[in-house]
Design a protein around this ligand. Structure first.
Ligand SMILES: *Cc1c(COP(=O)(O)O)cnc(C)c1O
Length: 372
């Protein structure tokens, strides 16, 4: 049986190999006589699962030694509060608004600190990135927040901003929920990165936080202990019971990522470099198909189009329902756009094979011909 291709924005498609392995190990993990769900989080079995997941994630995206990796709960939305509780010192934070997620982040942070919008792309309808030269960063800001891939609007930073070059010493906080491990991260420009797992890393329920060590230990007194990064780090993410099964599936996904390779002999690349190469090819195929058609339209500036989330519209919106129904009969699932944007959205995360994007493009072309 071949499974349909699932273009959901999140929770999203996982590698089939991961699901099969989890199914095979469901009743008895490695001869332990237990499902991973039934194990003590402090026992040697789960400890090995946790340690491998952490080491693999660190290796995959080359996290330097002076950063801690935390496995937390609450998702991206909880981080919108947890970050200011830990980093703002009750003072100020600057936000660059580039779409729905960074907008939500800055609203939440206002409960904890003085927030300023340093730049916004609102005048373009969230379809471009505000030029770095226009960012108004404050000297005394505790941190600067950006969302490096706007899942809903389809806008992605292709490079991280160098805040030092913009005259700011503040740590950069990135919400990389929807493109974590799809490409490498320049950690020299980052103070903290967070991402919910359910887009590109695993199932819902676990949030990955990567934090530079000097940023630990500054939580506000009101910060819940379970959300104090220093307490979480000192306890190796086991201050309270972590989401063990979600960590296990994320760990299997990291192992799958490590196995990926692309290219022949001398130019063979592995891991994230391999999926990045594939992600570039997948995105190019889909954007080219949209740009060369008379029916489909994507409004995002070419220099910041997301490789992961591709929103598009039918110029004749009366055909939306027919488009979605036809897609479903071909095994192309969850293509409906976010309600705030409308139209369609194809999320083509790491786990979406090139064959899935090819099947989508074939269907789009066939649908356009039929309705020309
Ligand atoms: C999905 C998403 C979130 C929210 O994640 P939750 O787990 O639902 O809290 C935050 N930021 C970005 C960029 C996202 O894509």
């Amino acid at each position: 049986m071949t499974r349909p291709f699932n273009f959901s924005a999140g929770p999203a498609t996982l590698p089939e190999e991961v699901l099969q392995q989890a199914a095979a190990e469901m009743l008895d993990w490695h001869g332990s006589g237990m499902s991973v769900m039934e194990m003590s989080h402090r026992g040697k079995e789960f400890t090995s699962i946790y340690e491998n997941a952490e080491a693999d994630f660190r290796a995959l995206i080359a996290v330097p030694k002076h950063f801690k990796i935390l496995f937390m709960q609450g998702g991206g939305l909880a981080e919108n509060a947890i970050v200011p509780l830990n980093l703002s010192r009750g003072a100020s934070a600057d936000f660059v608004v580039t779409g729905s997620w960074s907008e939500k982040s800055q609203k939440e942070a206002r409960r904890y600190c003085d927030v300023q919008i340093a730049a916004t792309n609102e005048s373009s309808g969230h379809t471009s990135l505000p030029p770095l030269a226009s960012w108004k960063l404050r000297r005394n800001a505790s941190y600067v927040h950006i969302c490096t891939n706007e899942t809903i609007n389809g806008v992605e930073f292709q490079d991280l901003p160098d805040l030092k070059a913009l005259g700011s010493d503040a740590p950069l906080v990135i919400d990389f929920s929807s493109h974590a491990a799809s490409r490498q991260v320049d950690w020299s420009r980052v103070g903290l990165a967070f991402g919910g797992a359910q887009k590109n890393l695993g199932p819902a329920g676990v949030t990955l936080v990567v934090i530079r060590e000097d940023l630990l230990g500054h939580a506000l007194p009101a910060c819940p202990s379970a959300f104090d990064y220093k307490i979480v780090a000192d306890n190796h993410s086991m201050y309270n019971t972590p989401p063990t099964y979600a960590i296990y599936i994320a760990g299997l996904t990291f192992q799958w990522l490590k196995r990926q390779k692309e290219g022949e002999a001398e130019n063979e690349v592995r891991g994230v470099a391999a999926v990045e190469r594939r992600n570039i090819a997948k995105a190019k195929l889909l954007y080219d198909a949209i740009d060369h058609s008379q029916l489909y339209l994507n409004n995002v500036s070419r220099d910041c189009r997301s490789r992961m989330n591709v929103p598009f519209f039918l110029r004749d919106e009366s055909r939306n329902e027919a488009f979605l129904a036809g897609a479903k009969t071909r095994g192309l699932l969850q293509l409906k756009g976010h309600k705030s944007v409308g139209g369609m959205r194809a999320s083509i995360y790491n786990a979406m094979p090139l064959a899935g994007v090819e099947a989508l493009v074939d269907y789009m072309q066939e649908f356009e011909k039929k309705h020309a």
